[in-house]
Ligand binder design. Structure first.
Ligand code: UDX
Length: 448
């Protein structure tokens, strides 16, 4: 079995490498010569735990190859995956499909034997059919079918997600293409992973509906957290108990500073646009987009409010810049909103992220970058946890407190418990749990 993967971005590289792990011969193709050269030299252009080991193993075994040449790349492939970028168009939030269509145009004249062309990028409803039309137009003699096969990979857990998915979705009307796709996913099929065979339009919509639903779940619990703060309820206990209801499920119910990343913000915008285009408005999703934007801004406002509205000249330490742990990705991260708002209000920013500094430096100015959390705490007037990296879960709070000018901790990921913080005498502001300040903490301790 031989497949080609066009695009060595996040999805293409992870999927291609994992297909090679299945025992398939994979060629990854990209126009970006620098990227391909890096990969040929064994360098991984993205940060994804475990990916380097798999790439090394599969390239050494000769199953994984990289090239900039489309013609040699797709030669002999039974399936060609299109995994190029589909960024949001700046003007209207529509997914920009120009790279997908360009790839279809370029590969069409190169097709020889029967090939399945698979759209792996997240694409609006109707794209697979359009890819089919383009290829037919470019090469009326080509023997091919088109299938949609969306990915559901989470950054930081992508390999696990690929190897042990909840389901594989394949959208094609052609039994012959279904057979090829079944062969590709054979190892998962044998493991009894549900393989959902549907029409291309359904497959395309499954991806958007899934991501928009998860984004909605997060936004819902974030608003419940606001209500908890006003009423004295505890959002972690609320989500835990909600999640015990099997119909709801406990995942993606962690309140925080708002979702970010390369998928949820882009896919919710695109789904809203698809709804408008087809005159079936997705009003819930539209509201989620607005609520999440407000949420990220609200985080900066909370920090400013903790200083009674004036952060001029204050030094605020930020722990975590990436949109979530185990990635260096800062796309649509809450930090991109919070840091500039604080700077605008006159605060000085110190920051540390275990992986994202290089990416973040492109977006921020005048940030004093540090190599660890303790240097960030040094002389800081407040410490803000924006991303729940594991290393922030076990900080020596005593040492942190000694270094700070005042012990003010804003934990926007709820990684500490109130009990720990009480004991250490911090003023502590978390999400969906009431604020604890040093005085009440001392009083509470005395009372216990
Ligand atoms: C997501 C989907 O999970 C994946 O299936 C899809 O293919 C791509 O988009 P990813 O963007 O890598 O994956 O990250 P994910 O772990 O889903 O988190 C997205 C955002 O939601 C992050 O900013 C995260 O911090 C936030 N989040 C997640 C919460 O705030 N609360 C939660 O309970 C879960």
């Amino acid at each position: 079995m031989r497949v080609a993967m066009i695009g060595t971005g996040y999805v293409g590289l992870v999927s291609g490498t994992c297909f090679a792990e299945f025992g398939i011969n994979v060629t990854c193709i990209d126009k970006d010569e620098r990227k391909i050269n890096k990969l040929l030299n064994g360098e991984i252009p993205i940060f994804e735990p475990g990916l380097d080991v798999l790439v090394e193993r599969q390239t050494s075994a000769g199953r994984l190859k990289f090239t900039t040449d489309l013609e040699t790349g797709i030669a002999g492939a039974q399936a060609v995956f299109i995994a190029v970028g589909t960024p949001s168009r700046r003007e209207d939030g529509h997914a920009d499909l120009s790279y997908v269509y360009q790839a279809a145009k370029e590969l069409a004249p190169l097709l020889k034997d029967y090939t399945v062309i698979v759209t792996k990028s997240t694409v609006p409803v109707g794209t697979a059919r359009e890819v089919e039309r383009i290829i037919k137009e470019e090469n009326p003699d080509a023997q091919f079918d088109v299938a949609s096969n969306p990915e559901f990979l989470r950054e930081g857990a992508a390999i696990e997600d690929f190897m042990r998915p909840d389901r594989v979705v394949i959208g094609t009307d052609s039994p012959r293409a279904q057979d090829v796709m079944r062969q590709i996913y054979r190892p998962l099929y044998i493991n009894e992973t549900p393989i959902v065979m549907v029409a291309p339009e359904t497959s395309e919509l499954i991806k958007y509906a899934s991501n928009a639903f998860l984004a909605t779940k997060i936004t819902f619990i974030n608003e419940i957290a606001n209500l908890c703060e006003k009423t004295g309820a505890n959002v972690q206990q609320v989500s835990k108990a909600m999640g015990l209801d099997g119909r709801i499920g406990g995942k993606f119910l962690h309140a925080g500073p708002g979702y970010g990343g390369s998928c949820f913000p882009k896919d919710t915008l695109a789904l809203a646009q698809i709804g408008v285009k087809h005159n079936a408005p997705q009003t819930i999703v539209e509201q989620v987009i607005t609520a999440n934007k407000n949420r990220q801004e609200d985080m900066a406002k909370r920090i400013i409010a903790a200083f009674d509205g004036d952060v001029k000249g204050k030094t605020i330490g930020i722990l975590g810049i990436s949109f979530k742990p185990n990635t260096d990705d800062v796309r649509d991260a809450p930090s991109l909103v919070v840091v500039p708002m604080l700077q605008q209000a006159g605060a000085n920013i110190k920051a540390y992220d275990p992986e994202a500094r290089e990416q973040a430096e492109k977006h921020f100015q005048n940030v004093d970058w540090k190599d660890n959390a303790y240097d960030v705490a040094d002389n800081a007037d407040a410490l803000v946890i924006l991303t729940e990296w594991n290393e922030f879960r076990a900080l020596s709070l005593r040492e942190i407190k000694e270094k700070m000018t005042q012990p003010l901790l804003l934990d926007f990921r709820n990684i500490y418990t109130e009990a720990e913080i009480r004991e250490k005498g911090f003023r502590y502001i978390s999400i969906g749990r009431q604020e604890i300040n040093a005085d009440s903490a001392a009083a509470l301790k005395a009372a216990v």
